[in-house]
Design a binder for this molecule. Structure first.
Ligand code: F6P
Length: 359
């Protein structure tokens, strides 16, 4: 048996732990393992496919990032190809990918990725490639699994930042707005905001009214609390408005969401007269060593993915169904993305502890 592992989409702390566990579990079965570099680029001649041995995965379980590297511009069904004039156009290279996998003697692919990468994995399986998926996202927006690795680390990083912002905001009587990741889902903002005791949390699932945000800030002021920490998910938007986008995106990439933190800070300052600052936590949330929780989950996912290959669970992905790791059809997980339920007890608990959602 010869399996190949790929990591696609944005990186997440824990990817290396999945790779390590999958390699060791496969070697333990007497299989051969290949690593496809940079998403699927390694299978399309734009990068390499390398053998993965015990030595290659030694000492990587605690490291952030992915030793295989990754990309969020590598969809083989709409692969950006550079033209002579420097422009890009997208072509379907999926047949070529499957042919190359066959020529390399790859019997199965373990595809580690978020909803985009899992959708690609599912399409490749429908075209005949034997695939098992491993869900990955710091945003916690993949359905079918209680959670994925990377999320806990991102929440811890954001919570630590909130702790630090508290002291400086309080010293200066300022409002500090921190923008965290989450284009469509506000889990990082919600969980870090509640655990870090932020005063306002703005998420895409609960559109905000800036007047309500300012009311909450002024109400605190009346109670003698002169500072505030506001946590905003990058995809949060005002009622009736849209998420703000920034910068230019490269071919094959979604438009980048961001800028809401600065916008909210500006609007609060204008309306309340309080001094505001904003910070974008950005890719710090994706870096660093995975927490113990993420390392353990990632390791269990890696081992379970190889067991799923062994059992011929093609088109399935591993998932956490506490306390067990199970396999579910990838398309089941893709039916509806996971979003924050505004009636969830985490939201209700936040409200009861005095946190405003600006609604
Ligand atoms: O991993 C998902 C995510 O963290 C989103 O929340 C964020 O918008 C995006 O990745 C940014 O990714 P990149 O900068 O790699 O395009």
């Amino acid at each position: 048996m010869r399996i190949a592992i790929s990591t696609g989409g944005g990186d997440a702390p824990g990817l290396n732990a999945v790779i390590r566990a999958a390699v060791l579990s496969a070697l333990d079965r007497g299989w051969h393992v290949l690593g496809i570099r940079k998403g699927y680029a390694g299978l399309l001649g734009d990068d390499d496919v390398v053998p993965l041995s015990r030595d290659d995965v030694r000492g990587i379980g605690h490291l952030g990032g992915t030793i295989l590297r990754t990309t969020n511009r590598g969809n083989p069904f709409s692969y950006p190809v550079k033209q002579a004039d420097g422009s890009f156009h997208e072509v379907d290279r999926s047949d070529e990918l499957i042919e190359n996998a066959r020529n390399l003697g790859i019997n199965a692919v373990v595809a580690i990725g978020g909803d985009g990468s899992l959708r690609i994995a599912h399409q490749l399986w429908q075209k005949g490639l034997r695939v098992v998926g491993v869900p990955k996202t710091i945003d916690n927006d993949v359905s079918g699994t209680v959670t994925t690795f990377g999320f806990d680390t991102a929440v811890s990083t954001a919570m630590e930042a909130i702790d630090k912002l508290h002291t400086t905001a309080e010293s200066h009587d300022r409002v500090i707005v921190m923008e965290v990741m989450g284009r469509h889902a506000g889990f990082i903002a919600l969980h870090s905001g509640l655990s870090g005791a932020a005063h306002v949390i703005l998420i895409p699932e609960i559109p905000y009214d800036i007047e309500k945000v300012c009311e909450a800030i002024m109400e605190r002021e009346r109670r003698g609390r002169y500072f505030d920490v506001v946590v905003v998910a990058e995809g949060a938007h005002a009622k009736g408005g849209e998420s703000s986008t920034i910068g230019a995106s490269l071919p094959g990439q979604d438009r980048r969401v961001g800028g809401v933190g600065e916008r909210v800070a500006h609007e609060i300052q204008e309306r309340t007269g309080k001094e505001c600052r904003s910070i974008v936590l950005g890719h710090l949330q994706r870096g660093g060593m995975p927490t113990g929780y993420d390392r353990l989950l990632a390791t269990r996912f890696g081992g379970a993915a190889v067991a799923a290959v062994d059992a011929g669970m093609w088109g399935h992905m591993v998932a956490l169904k506490s306390p067990d790791i199970v396999t579910i059809p990838i398309d089941e997980a893709l039916k509806a993305p996971r979003r924050v339920d505004p009636n969830h007890d985490v939201v209700r608990t936040a409200r009861r502890t005095g946190i405003s959602f600006g609604d």
